[in-house]
Design a protein around this ligand. Structure first.
Ligand SMILES: *Cc1c(COP(=O)(O)O)cnc(C)c1O
Length: 419
């Protein structure tokens, strides 16, 4: 459920009519709903009511906007970060260092140092090599890094290949078959307090079975590690829960996920960490765009909008589907190809899509754009970076300025010897 709905013929974000935002801020622009973010944060937390000891760490990469992070911080959320840049955002949003978890296969030495200095709660180590380096850095700094070892459980998450992370040939984590031996080695290193294990098998999961399979394997590993004399107090179950992108699409609910987790983990006796991203932010945002013109096609017309693949990359990257609807639907519809202005055929949001009838100048939205939207934006075709707005009831604020092409050009220089 979200707070984007047609009222009196006009789509609103909560109580703000979208044309007002287009008027004042211009298009394209991402529009987020605070009430929707809060609702999703609450629903996910309540789904885990039966898990006594837990940390919910929002996956910052899904939507790193400072105001979005602030909303979630006020809901008691921590952060799962994959770079020092994201760590700084989480800290700036007021998240406590101990509620920050640092994931990622390529943390640099400088990032390890910065995260140790900040005193973050947990490093999810993704390789033996990283663990050895982290231990060395921590010893030099006279600190101890709290860690889990990320396990690659070799399960097929059944999602798009580019966002599947738990198969044996993916780059993430250590193979589950070697986990006991690597854990033993790293647990003996001074400088790290290796106190648990972690998994994250992929994103936009439409089925709980692969998660259940991965968590079951993890439970067996925890028992084996304890059997070998290790103390296990923390287990990180990652993120990955999918969201409906199409009207009427059925996906496992947070409640079903929570029940499964509570059932599998009830005897583990650990603190559980969760890293939801998409399920919190996805349906809390839309990309608002204006139709530049409608061009005749061989078969269907091309609705050319002022948003493009540089603003919303998911369709070009993953062939992803986003609902596309008029802000002021007339009731008539059309079958059209929805495209952006960028000079690539990949800049196509949909082909042969049945949608509301649109003409030049009309406003429309791509729905479910609150996660992996603005955060993936680029300035390709010198289009500048898209603006972001947060709505709260009947008020709204620009929470990220549009960075226009000329500001980006200001960061470039022609060397003297070329002039
Ligand atoms: C991307 C990512 C997440 C969040 O995934 P969602 O599908 O958005 O919930 C969580 N943990 C890690 C390690 C990730 O890389």
């Amino acid at each position: 459920m979200d707070h984007f709905a047609i009222k009196n013929g006009v789509m609103h974000a909560e109580d703000v009519p979208l044309p007002r935002i287009a008027e004042e801020v211009g298009t394209p622009v991402y529009v987020y709903s605070r009430a929707t973010l809060e609702r999703h944060a609450r629903v996910f937390r309540e789904a885990l009511d039966d898990v006594p000891d837990k940390l919910i760490a929002f996956a910052v990469k899904a939507n790193p906007n400072l105001s979005v992070l602030k909303v979630l911080q006020r809901q008691g959320y921590g952060a799962d970060v994959v770079s020092v840049g994201e760590m700084r955002r989480a800290l700036a949003a007021g998240m406590a260092p101990e509620n920050i978890v640092f994931s990622g296969v390529g943390k640099t030495r400088a990032e390890l140092i910065a995260a140790l200095e900040a005193g973050i709660g947990q490093f999810n180590i993704e390789s033996e090599e990283e663990g050895v380096e982290l231990a060395e850095v921590a010893r030099e700094m006279g600190k101890e890094a709290r860690c889990t070892l990320r396990i690659n459980p070799d399960v097929d998450a059944g999602t798009h290949d580019k966002i599947s992370t738990g198969k044996a040939d993916n780059k993430f984590g250590v193979p589950i078959s070697e986990a006991g031996q690597i854990f033993g080695k790293l647990a003996g290193e001074q400088g790290v307090n290796l106190r648990g294990v972690a998994v994250h098998i992929g994103s936009q999961l439409a089925d709980l079975a692969p998660l259940e399979n991965a968590f079951t394997k993890l439970g067996e590993l925890v028992a084996a590690l304890r059997g070998a004399g290790h103390t296990i107090t923390h287990v990180d179950l990652g993120g990955g829960l999918g969201v409906p992108y199409k009207q009427g699409e059925e996906l496992p609910s947070p409640a079903e996920y929570g029940k499964m987790v509570a059932r599998l983990t009830q005897d583990w006796g650990v603190k559980l960490i969760f890293e939801p991203g998409r399920v919190i932010a996805g349906n809390a945002g839309v990309l608002l765009t204006r139709v530049v013109r409608v061009k005749r096609g061989i078969k269907d017309p091309f609705v050319i909008v002022d948003a493009a693949m540089n603003d919303l990359a998911r369709p070009a990257l993953y062939g992803a589907y986003h609902d596309f609807t008029a802000v002021e639907p007339s009731g008539a519809d059309m079958t059209a190809n929805i495209v952006g202005p960028i000079c690539e055929t990949g800049d196509t949001f949909a082909m042969g899509r049945l949608c509301d009838k649109l003409v030049a100048g009309d406003l429309a939205v791509f729905r479910t754009a609150g996660a992996y939207g603005a955060t993936m934006a680029s300035s390709y075709n010198s289009r500048g970076f898209v603006a972001e707005v947060l709505v709260d009831g009947d008020k709204f604020a620009v929470v990220a300025d549009r960075i226009d092409a000329s500001s980006i050009m200001d960061a470039e220089r022609v060397p003297e010897w070329l002039d």
